[in-house]
Design a protein around this ligand. Structure first.
Ligand code: ZN
Length: 301
């Protein structure tokens, strides 16, 4: 598959609409310090990051020791919280996967497996696991740290059809240059009645509305696409999937709020982030669609 030169979509990936409006510009606080416009589809409200780098150049925007999903540093209190929470979340993710798959163990593909912590956990509980990962560094780390041989990203398109009970994408879809090909790819690989699990940030969450351009989960230009529950549901239906359940990721309001406070240069980012995170968490208790990050459970039609 050739690398995408210009990720700006000609038409909206969700509704095929042609008209977009510019919302506001967001800064890349992690790596480059550059700003990028967010563009919203006038027909369905889907948002994408405008003028994002070509796929070939994209790796330069991941070269930061601070990009913790691909590293294992425990420096700084926010990172420390992230790593502790990850351990708790591994168990939660396994329970969600097993419940919706309707089986205690089975065949699992994790797309964008990163450093392999989730797959390693699932393998230890008896799941037969396969993972793909685009980054060479992350794949090497997965082997060294977790003894997992992950496949390169493009292997997704050559694996045997209908071979998985469950396919997971944990905070991966928002990074994909070839969104449409991936939807078709996972549909081909799932067994009939198989379960697709997608975790995504939610720009209609309480903390996204509160922090505006400083909301940490815009994470431009690494996040190319910005989903709301309604846009994800719309896209899933178009690709012949049925949305069966939405779960909150209960720790994300705290993590995202602390990082957002840091981005807007608050004097006490941890305290303020925890305070607003608690408000956002509380609101999401009553309405899960207000949570920072959501786990969508989809079934192949
Ligand atoms: Zn649209």
């Amino acid at each position: 598959m050739s690398l995408k030169e210009n990720p700006d979509p000609a038409v909206c990936p969700v509704c095929a609409g042609h008209h977009f409006q510019s919302l506001f510009r967001c800064t890349d606080h992690f790596v480059s310090g550059r700003s990028f416009p967010l563009c919203r589809c006038l027909q369905c409200g889907f948002i994408y990051t405008g003028s994002a780098p070509s796929e070939e150049l994209s790796s330069t925007f991941y070269q930061s020791e601070k990009y913790i999903s691909h590293s294992n540093t425990s420096e700084g209190i926010i990172n420390l919280v992230y790593h502790s929470v990850r351990e708790i979340m591994l168990g939660q993710k396994r329970k969600i996967v097993a419940k919706h798959a309707g089986m205690p163990r089975g065949t699992l593909l994790d797309v964008g497996a990163g450093t392999g912590y989730f797959l390693n956990h699932m393998r230890s509980k008896g799941w037969e696991v396969t993972g793909t990962e685009k980054s060479d560094t992350a794949r090497e780390f997965a082997m060294k740290q977790n003894g997992l041989a992950l496949l390169p990203g493009e292997a997704l398109f050559s694996l045997p059809a209908e071979s998985f009970d469950v396919i997971t994408l944990w905070h991966v879809m928002e990074h994909l240059y070839d969104l449409d090909e991936h939807w078709k790819g996972v549909k081909r690989l799932l067994k009939p009645g198989g379960c697709l699990v997608i975790a995504l940030p939610n720009h209609t969450s309480s903390d996204a509305l509160h922090y505006g351009e400083f909301w940490a989960a815009w994470d431009v230009p690494r996040h190319l696409w910005h989903f709301s529950p309604s846009s994800l549901e719309h896209l899933a239906r178009k690709e012949d999937f049925r949305l069966v359940k939405i779960h909150r990721m209960p720790f994300d309001p705290f993590y995202v709020s602390m990082l957002s406070e840091k981005y807007r240069k608050s004097r006490f980012p941890v305290l303020k982030g925890l305070f607003f995170g608690k408000i956002s968490w509380f609101r999401a208790l009553f309405d899960p669609r207000k949570c920072s990050s959501l786990i969508y459970i989809l079934k192949r039609q």
